[in-house]
Design a protein around this ligand. Structure first.
Ligand code: COA
Length: 335
């Protein structure tokens, strides 16, 4: 079977930087509360004229540049915040990147969207439908957040990350390991936007057009699912936790990340994080983290990396790869 190999990486966040103190100007919260409960100090947010496709195009452009070759056979865009309900955002992104008329479609798995999209792209490559796939995870997440809801407004943020994948062999650096994915729709109400879909077309009560999260229950499920999925991915790859050089987990909340790492037995110095500066960027957080760490040298060729994510659905996933040598990766904060 053809393996799927990472050969390009890029990340991008919008320039508008928002501090905890900025949020405290219109919200009953404090820098101390936000830092101690979430680990977040700053985050980047889109301005009114920026949509998900704008973030996706820039991250995609950077990933294609890092891959050194602009051609791909398909574009998969993971997002919770498409530019509009219909059509999908991916065809516009493909066209603006100049890679059309390849197949391009959106994928909805909230904060696990990047891992689901990797798996989908690996399927396209395994079936020889495509030799090269651009996977982008992009979120203008703050556009669905109620600015007055202090339980979510302090956590979520905007950004995009992208990888170029190509057909290769399982032994190559960058080859994706076995993929573990799961979902539990019984708990769909833990993380939801109640209105705006076919079930409930318009808000029946104020605020139902916004994202809602039951924080405590989400916390518990996030820890359990990311820990379990990571263990399964390691077992399927034949790796021990001691062999993991870098844990790249969805940047949900610093306390969740610490607990997952502790339960897995991965020491803090092997955990990649950037939640303090970028917040929780939904599905974009894992590729943004990889781009950030590759740019500043925390992630280097040869590192054995464990990826995991969890989010609304509920949906979760995990996989492994040995980090490859890539073309230059820029700091996602670079304008
Ligand atoms: N600033 C100040 N106080 C806040 C606050 C804020 N931003 N948000 C909530 N509070 C208050 C609550 O009103 C509550 O006050 P009360 O005790 O007077 O009623 C108190 O803090 C505790 O609220 P609670 O919701 O129980 O806090 P928590 O310790 O569970 O922390 C989260 C809240 C959201 C940080 C935490 O539940 C969490 O991290 N959950 C997971 C979130 C996550 O990672 N989601 C992404 C998954 S993809």
């Amino acid at each position: 079977m053809r393996a799927t190999v990472v050969c390009g990486l890029g990340g991008h966040v919008p320039p508008r930087l928002v501090t905890n103190a900025d949020l405290g100007e219109h919200l009953d919260t404090s820098d101390d509360w936000i830092r101690s409960r979430t680990g977040i100090r700053t985050r980047h947010m889109v301005s009114a004229d920026t949509a998900t496709s704008d973030l996706a195009v820039e991250a995609g452009r950077r990933a294609l540049k890092s891959a050194g070759e602009a051609a791909v056979d398909a574009v998969v865009l993971a997002t919770t915040t498409p530019d509009r309900p219909c059509p999908a955002t991916a065809p516009e992104v493909a066209a603006r990147l100049g890679v059309g008329p390849v197949p391009a479609f959106d994928l909805a798995a909230v904060c696990s969207g990047f891992l689901y999209a990797l798996s989908c792209a690996a399927g396209l490559i395994a079936a020889a439908t495509a030799d090269r796939v651009l996977v982008i995870a992009a979120e203008a997440f703050t556009t669905i957040i109620d600015p007055q809801d202090r339980g979510t407004a302090v956590i979520f943020a905007d950004g995009a990350g992208a990888v170029v994948l190509r057909a290769g062999t399982p032994e190559e650096p960058g080859a994706l390991g076995p993929m573990v994915l799961g979902s539990d729709g019984e708990h769909r109400d833990l993380i939801e936007v109640p209105a705006g879909g076919s079930r409930q077309r318009v808000p029946h009560a104020p605020g139902e057009q916004y994202f809602r999260m039951r924080g405590r229950d989400t916390y518990r499920h996030a820890v359990e699912r990311m820990t379990a999925a990571s263990g399964q991915a390691l077992a399927r790859a034949g790796w021990t936790t001691e062999q993991v050089d870098r844990l790249a987990a969805h940047q949900a909340n610093a306390r969740i990340l610490d607990t997952v790492a502790e339960r897995l037995g991965i020491p803090a110095e092997r955990q990649l994080t950037n939640i303090a500066s970028l917040g929780n960027t939904g599905g974009a957080s894992v590729p943004l983290l990889l781009a950030d760490a590759a740019a500043d040298g925390r992630l280097r060729p040869g590192h054995r990396v464990l990826l995991t994510a969890f989010g609304g659905g509920l949906a979760w996933g995990a996989t492994t790869l040995s980090w490859p040598r890539l073309g230059p990766v820029t700091d996602p904060r670079t304008p």
